[in-house]
Design a protein around this ligand. Structure first.
Ligand SMILES: [Ca+2]
Ligand SMILES: [Ca+2]
Length: 121
């Protein structure tokens, strides 16, 4: 078991970790109230697909997608603890987007990693 989230500190839009499309990103929701912000860039308009699988078995996660101006676009929450997340959003333009992952509660905390992957179709 590893206890380190190599994408920290990524607790705000300003500190979002840059990730690549089509790449598995493993992180953790550690300590109460951890928020994990990621930033990625798409080359063109299309369908952005967000998947979080697995989700740690002991928490529910919410994934929120934002545009470059940090306007909320779409979000999804695990139906129950450990339930994976998938959603897709059609975008009008390529560019910078942000993805935020957080637990259901300010006390949400897990030793288990999640894996998030972003695709552009
Ligand atoms: Ca984290
Ligand atoms: Ca974080």
């Amino acid at each position: 078991m590893d206890t380190f989230d190599s994408y920290e500190m990524n607790n705000s839009f300003a500190d979002a970790s840059i990730i690549s499309l089509n790449t598995d990103v493993r992180g953790k929701i550690e300590g109460g109230g951890d928020k994990d912000y990621f930033k990625f860039t798409t080359s063109k308009a299309g369908i952005i697909e967000i998947s979080v699988n697995p989700v740690p078995s002991d928490i529910r996660l919410t994934a929120r997608l934002y545009d470059a101006q940090q306007n909320h676009i779409n979000s999804r929450t695990s139906q129950e603890a450990g339930s994976s997340i998938f959603f897709s959003t059609t975008t009008d333009t390529g560019g910078v987007y942000y993805l935020k992952l957080e637990g259901e509660y300010s006390s949400s905390d897990s030793d288990e990693p999640y894996t998030v992957n972003v695709k552009l179709k």
